[in-house]
Write a protein that binds this ligand. Sequence first.
Ligand SMILES: [Zn+2]
Length: 174
Amino acid sequence: MYLIPSFCPRCGQPLGEAMVDGKERHVCSACNFVYYLNPRVAAVTAVAGDSRLLLVKRGINPAKGRWSFPGGFVDLGETVEEAARREAMEETGLKVDLSGILGVYSHRETDVVVVAFAATSSGDPIPGKETMEVRWADREELPPLAFRHDPDILHLWQQWVDGRGTLFPSREGS
Ligand SMILES: [Zn+2]
C-alpha cells in the first residue's frame, strides 16, 4: 500500500497524472512539479548478547503486540547506521554496536526498504514508549516474528552468531 499525495507540496494545487520518462507520475496541474514516489528506508537490528537475541514486542502498528527486531524509519539528516542505533536505544534502552549489514529487503507492493544490521550489546533492556515488552530471547525458544523478512534476517543472524555467516560492511558518511 502506498500513500498517494493529492496536492502539490510546492504550490498546493491538485496533482494530476501525466507520463514522465515513460512512467505515469503525479504532476502538478499548475506548476508542473513532479511528485516522485520513492520508498522509505527502515533500519532494523538483530542484536546478539551472549548469543541470545534482543526482541521487542511492538506497541504500535504495524504488527502491534507481535515480536520483532528493534528498528524504525531513517530520519532525514541521519545515516542508516545512526537510525539503527537510535531506534534500538529508543525501543530497548541499550546502546548497540553495529557489526555489519545482514541484508537489504524490499517488495514491489510496499513503500519500505529494510536494511538489516547485526549488532552486539549487553545489559538489561527497558521497553521504550512504543514498545510493550523487550527481552533477551534464547535461540531455542524464539517466538514467531512479525514481518515477512524476519525469518530470513533471523537465519542470517544465527549463521553470523555461529561464525558461519558473512556480514557486509556499511560505510557511514558525515
Ligand atoms: Zn504545484
